[in-house]
Design a protein around this ligand. Sequence first.
Ligand SMILES: Cc1cc2nc3c(=O)[nH]c(=O)nc-3n(C[C@H](O)[C@H](O)[C@H](O)COP(=O)(O)OP(=O)(O)OC[C@H]3O[C@@H](n4cnc5c(N)ncnc54)[C@H](O)[C@@H]3O)c2cc1C
Length: 349
Amino acid sequence: MADRLAGVPLAPYTTLRTGGPARAFTQAETQDELVATMAEADRAGEPVLVLGGGSNLVVSDDGFDGLVVRVATRGVEVTSDDGRVRVTVQAGEDWDALVARCVAEGWSGVECLSGVPGLVGSTPIQNVGAYGQDVSQTVTGVRVYDRIAGEVRDLTAAECGFAYRHSAFKHDPGRHVVLAVTYALERSPLSGPVAYRELAVRLGVELGERVPLSDAREGVLGLRRGKGMVLDPGDPDTRSAGSFFTNPVLGPDEAAALALRAPGHPRWDMPDGTVKVPAAWLIENAGFPKGYEKGRARISTKHTLALTNPTGEAGADELLALAREVRDGVHEKFGVWLVNEPVLVGVSF
Ligand SMILES: Cc1cc2nc3c(=O)[nH]c(=O)nc-3n(C[C@H](O)[C@H](O)[C@H](O)COP(=O)(O)OP(=O)(O)OC[C@H]3O[C@@H](n4cnc5c(N)ncnc54)[C@H](O)[C@@H]3O)c2cc1C
């Protein structure tokens, strides 16, 4: 088993560049090592933080008083049946490298998720999604270590309880360690039907049309770069945890109340009767433009939903002070509470 190191600063392991030291830090390079490390820590009653690419984390400036286990397992296994390709990927594989491979091989279904940072094992946790695709459309199974049962289990997609940026894993945080994920992809040189208007416009097609996989990938990467949503050491707007706020989903009464306060506001009417509202519109119209600063924390100059640490010197406390100001401002103006998307470790919002 890998060594345990003491006092490793966590900021360099997160894309937001916040986080004090971990009491102990280790890395798991095989599934067995990952399971054994978790089981041992659980037996000892030691708090554990499972760390992927650190792209969806806000870690306290005080660090983590327990064991941080960095997932570094590798391996991609490809099988094929009924015309579909099944790709089973170890949790520690880089997500975008996997997407690039799928595009190159002619495996369709994840191309619009190009450029999302982080590791494969994290994708089912919040049902990673972008530009009209999310992983619930392709995940067929997730192998987990269930820390309560103390056993490895294979969950079906239905058992994962996927919803918008949500899953059963989020209901029960920390219980399951994702070991591997299986995606079923179509063997096709073409993307799935383009389901996101901005992408369709960029590609010069109608919604529902299909385009060559590499065009979809390049189109998405271009749009994402324009918003500072592809990690780039040269672009301070990418020192973020991605979108800090999810788009609020309102029930009929809340939607009616918002319509009174903000007649004609943009909205997506969902099939289940709920109304999804763009958080970016609420934030901008509550008086927080792109580039809005508080201390050393800043709303991205390219994307209203991303809170950034442009110099890398802001602490989690400063980022969260900005997040609270935005949340409270939106609530005061529109009566809607924004909810954070990243996982908060040792801090609250
Ligand atoms: C610039 C930028 C753009 C982004 N764009 C998008 C986007 O378009 N769509 C989107 O959905 N997200 C986006 N994100 C958020 C983020 O990339 C995703 O949530 C990603 O899946 C997180 O992966 P990670 O490996 O970095 O997870 P981490 O940040 O390391 O961890 C996130 C959570 O998952 C847990 N976790 C990690 N690995 C495992 C595992 N193997 N088993 C169990 N739990 C685990 C962690 O404990 C933590 O609670 C963006 C982030 C950034 C910085």
